[in-house]
Design a binder for this molecule. Structure first.
Ligand SMILES: [Zn+2]
Length: 471
């Protein structure tokens, strides 16, 4: 077992094994913009400075002595779990690591704070007793296809079982997926019961208006060669952009081409499954599904500038009906909400609110014909959600056919069908659920290619769709 005792200042500044080392960052980025290069070229000197200051020096994960020699090999796309190997992102024993980055997405920073503040013992290992999934998902054929799943670890929910021997040997392996059960209470569902659109059946929908679900939390695990392929860029280009645009946060991206898996510091996904999770993989069972991207303002706080929460709760209603038995007026199928943490088209809420102000203050007011332009002015792009990675979770669930896709997004539809999943029918949000101020968004999106069973607005029509002004 390699411990901190094995590292010292000298180790940080020498390296004769020929393996990549921190100093290679600058070399790897030769030709990079000077700002990035000058930032990264200081990295190797930092540990020495820290030691001189009397602090425990910083261990750089790209140092040769901390290479993957003691780490399990990862063979992405191998059908067998042990042949594929466990994803090890622990910061406790660095010799075991076979990935760049660490677990818990952006919450890894809070873990660092907890360590810094003395609230968390450095090197704490999770006690995984009784944490196993409430439902076993898979394995499905896509798990053994390196091109079908590149952004999550298909074995991430079962590490307690499939990597039990590694755990017994002392490897610090953490689940990247957790599966549990819940009841969810939503006022829109109770309203649907009151209006007799939904009827409690005691199984999917209880008498108190709560819905019974299996829910799944998923952290991103990126196999960089596959992610690069999905975006049609070279792996080198992808690694370099990730390195530079995170301010040089992960030097191994450009120094350790032998490590192919990255745990990005971003939000993950949550699944809500209505009915039997195993039915998701059966194309003969009617599947109602929505893939939804986070919108805190609407989803949680009920903001009326967009259709996010109304569409989400409509989809939940459709999922409940879809999962209920035919005897109770349902479709005898299964329902799925896949919720991705991509706030404000993955631009973040600050950018989103800046865009709201720009929309409302522009000459002529908030108009559908300027909807995308205002986002592009502030963010540089109209959208950064990039649905290319979204279908991975559907393949993880074994899905090959979605009978009812509750989404109008052409990007989502194209990504899903392009990945080989059949979509039978697309369900639009009912007009009655679109808030008045959200007409700007929905009309602009329909004009841009969103699914509709009605007329596509022309330029003259778009110019007339106006939102509320700031007060
Ligand atoms: Zn929204």
């Amino acid at each position: 077992m390699v411990s901190d005792a094995g590292s010292d200042a000298a180790n940080q500044t020498t390296g004769s094994t020929g393996d990549p080392e921190p100093a290679d960052v600058a070399a790897a980025l030769a030709g990079a913009p000077s700002a990035a290069a000058s930032t990264t070229s200081t990295a190797p000197t930092r540990p020495t400075s820290a030691a001189a200051a009397g602090l425990r020096h910083i261990r750089l994960t790209s140092h040769p002595s901390q290479g993957p020699s003691g780490a399990p090999a990862l063979r992405w796309g191998a059908a067998d779990a042990l042949e594929r190997g466990p994803v090890v992102g622990t910061t406790t024993n660095r010799s075991q690591r076979n990935v760049i980055g660490t677990h818990s997405g952006s919450y890894g920073v809070y873990r660092a704070l907890a360590v810094a503040a003395g609230n968390l013992t450095r090197g704490h290992r999770a006690d995984l007793t009784d944490t196993a999934p409430t439902d076993l998902i898979g394995p499905y054929p896509a798990w053994g296809d390196a091109h079908k799943i590149v952004a999550i670890d298909p074995w991430g929910a079962q590490v307690q079982a499939v990597f039990a021997d590694y755990l017994a040997q002392g490897y610090d392996i953490r689940p990247t997926i957790a599966v549990t059960q819940a009841h969810i209470h939503l006022p829109e569902v109770r309203q649907a019961i009151a209006f007799q659109r939904l009827e409690p059946d005691g199984e999917v929908l209880l008498d108190d208006g709560s819905a019974v679900v299996t829910k799944v939390a998923i952290e991103p695990v990126w196999w960089l060669p596959g992610v690069a392929e999905r975006f049609k860029v070279s792996e080198t280009e992808l690694r370099r952009a990730l390195f530079e645009e995170t301010g040089g946060m992960y030097p191994e991206l450009v120094t350790r081409s032998d490590i192919e898996v990255f745990l990005p510091p971003i939000g993950g996904q949550t699944l809500y499954i209505f009915g039997n999770p195993h039915d998701l993989a059966n194309p003969a069972v009617t599947l109602t599904a929505r893939v939804h991207d986070e919108c805190n303002g609407s989803d949680v706080f009920g903001s009326d500038i967009c259709t996010c929460r109304p569409y989400l709760t409509h989809a939940i209603e459709e999922c409940i009906v879809g999962a209920q038995s035919v005897a109770h007026g349902g479709r005898g199928g299964v329902g799925l909400i896949a919720y991705s943490r991509k706030e404000g088209r993955a631009l973040g809420e600050v950018t989103k609110f800046l865009v709201y102000n720009a929309r409302k203050r522009q000459v002529g007011g908030d108009r559908a014909d300027k909807y995308f332009l205002r986002t592009e002015c502030v963010a540089g792009v109209q959208d950064m959600r990039f649905q290319e990675l979204m279908p991975d979770v559907l393949h993880w669930l074994g899905i090959s056919k979605i009978h009812r896709l509750v989404s109008m997004s052409n990007d989502k539809y194209d990504a899903i069908t392009g990945s080989g999943i059949e979509v039978v029918e697309r369900i639009k949000i009912p007009d009655s659920l679109v808030p008045a101020d959200a007409k700007v968004e929905i009309e602009a999106k329909i004009a841009a290619g969103y699914f509709t069973d009605g007329a596509v607005p022309d330029e003259a029509r778009l110019a007339q769709v106006q939102g509320r002004a700031l007060t």
